[in-house]
Design a binder for this molecule. Structure first.
Ligand SMILES: [Mg+2]
Length: 232
């Protein structure tokens, strides 16, 4: 049976943060300081922010709302991002074709001017080498989606999304967590989240998972026995 795998978009395969950093520098003249978020919390800014988390930019909640409002007015903004790793979309497409994986892309992107978020995302994936991509624009919980679609793995850059997947589905959550970000959250390790340093590593991990699934049951049993013995 084909491996069924979902990839998150922003921060995972698309480098949204680099572009948003530039946009925020333009609209706020200077980047906000690291203490901005704390100052915002003290000011009681608590209404919902209409986009993926952008904690990396150290903006206040009010600035994040302003940023998303600005992005919402940019024609087909979601087609303008660079890949997180050059050529990674074509590599995902090639691997999926070769191994007969079923792949979908999931995102919480808000809408921007121009085409719908789904169509913009599909056009971006197509332009980078993934033809006929399946794209789901979903609210925050990824676990229920992974469960409903019987996914085998979900690749995401957010620990909270990976924990969702671990709690609500049988899919393996794969957290993309570069070593420059420090140690991955320990809760993720305890809940069976697999952590990798890059999307390239995520693909290699998925290939190993695929290889294991293709082995006859007796080989898998022997491998598990050997693993247990080597631990004892
Ligand atoms: Mg993300």
């Amino acid at each position: 049976m084909s491996l069924r795998v979902a990839f998150d978009m922003d921060g995972t395969v698309a480098d949204m943060y680099a572009v948003l950093r530039k946009v925020s520098e333009e609209i706020f003249a200077a980047p906000a300081g690291k203490g901005a978020a704390a100052a915002d919390a003290e000011a009681g800014e608590s209404s919902a922010i209409p986009g993926p988390s952008v904690d990396e930019l150290h903006l206040t909640a009010a600035q994040q709302r302003q940023l998303w409002e600005h992005v919402g007015g940019i024609e087909n903004f979601w087609t303008t991002l660079p890949e997180a790793e050059p050529g990674i979309i074509a590599r995902i497409a090639d691997t999926a074709r070769r191994r007969r994986w079923e792949v979908l892309f999931i995102t919480t992107r808000p809408s921007s001017a121009g085409d719908t978020t789904q169509v913009q995302t599909q056009r971006w994936l197509h332009a980078h080498g993934f033809h006929l991509p399946s794209v789901f624009v979903v609210p925050r919980s990824r676990g229920k989606l992974a469960d409903a679609l019987q996914l085998d793995a979900v690749v995401d850059d957010r620990p909270e999304n990976c924990l969702d997947v671990a709690m609500d589905s049988k899919a393996t959550p794969v957290l993309v967590w570069p070593s420059t970000s420090g140690a991955a959250p320990s809760a993720a390790r305890h809940l069976g989240v697999r952590t990798v340093g890059s999307i390239t590593e995520a693909i290699a991990l998925l290939e190993r998972m695929d290889d294991e699934r293709r082995q006859p049951a007796v080989v898998r049993r022997i491998r598990r026995m050997l693993k247990r013995e080597s631990r004892d």
